[in-house]
Design a protein. Structure first.
Length: 138
């Protein structure tokens, strides 16, 4: 009985992931770019990236914030969502490499657990496409 109910709802899977992932990254990008929702804005993000010894922290802050904000918007709307997921995966890969990997897996130790979950969500959209409720099916 329960299986039949959930089988009928299978078409909603991608939109649920798209809405959650899109909003999360619009918010994170908004923090980095515009200082929204308690974020540091571009200047604070650049300072943080400089503390990690990343080259060209001003440019990297703009790229990271833009990839998150625009990637999140693309995913949320289903407008070239697969490209949006690639932007987000790129940011997550850099975050794992520069910050989280050395801390191990678990999030309570600043590990890469969250990043892996985000990448898995992105891969779901990358493989399945944006679904039927999207601006542009891809």
């Amino acid at each position: 009985m329960l299986g039949k109910i959930f089988n009928r709802c299978g078409g909603y899977t991608v939109i649920i992931i798209r809405l959650a992932l899109g909003w999360i990254f619009i918010a994170h990008g908004g923090q980095k770019l515009f200082g929204l929702w308690g974020g540091q804005g571009l200047g604070g993000t650049a300072q943080f990236l400089q503390s990690l010894a990343l080259p060209h922290p001003d440019i990297m802050a703009l790229l990271a914030g833009s990839a998150e904000f625009l990637g999140g918007l693309m995913v949320l709307l289903g407008f070239y969502a697969r490209w949006g997921t690639l932007f987000i995966i790129g940011v997550m890969a850099v975050a794992i490499r520069t910050i989280h990997f050395k801390n191990g897996f678990f999030i309570q130790n600043q590990g890469y657990e969250y990043n892996v979950a985000v990448i898995a969500m992105c891969l779901s959209i990358l493989f399945a496409g944006s679904g039927r409720w999207s601006i542009k099916h891809d």
